[in-house]
Design a protein. Structure first.
Length: 117
């Protein structure tokens, strides 16, 4: 099992920045990649960004390219999502997830991000 704990959500005005963190523990050796997803009220959960666990190409949703940056620390146990130039439409619960075999198998509890205009 892999445990994921997110932190860093909050409220910010449009144009502001927030950084989310996701700490992974447990069987982290089984992780292929990690990612961020978000779910706004009344909408389906959507992909935001992902990063391979051992480094490599990062992927972003078109809606966040150029504004969000996903990264990981040197110990490879925590990933981050730096969110700049936030927009009201970025308001959602953000979830961290880990892929350990071709699908997003593990999920964190989510952290709320609210962007006011």
């Amino acid at each position: 099992q892999v445990q994921l704990v997110e932190s860093g959500g909050g409220s910010v005005q449009a144009g502001g920045s927030l950084r989310l963190s996701c700490a992974a523990s447990g069987r982290t050796f089984s992780i292929y990649s990690m990612g961020w997803f978000r779910q706004a009220p009344g909408k389906e959960r959507e992909f935001v960004a992902s990063i391979p666990w051992t480094g490599g190409r990062k992927n972003y949703a078109d809606s966040v390219k150029g504004r969000f940056t996903i990264s990981r620390d040197n110990a490879k146990t925590t990933i981050y999502l730096q969110m700049n130039f936030l927009k009201p439409e970025d308001t959602a619960v953000y979830y961290c997830s880990a892929d350990s075999g071709g699908s997003w198998d593990y999920w964190g509890q989510g952290t709320q991000v609210t962007v006011s205009s």
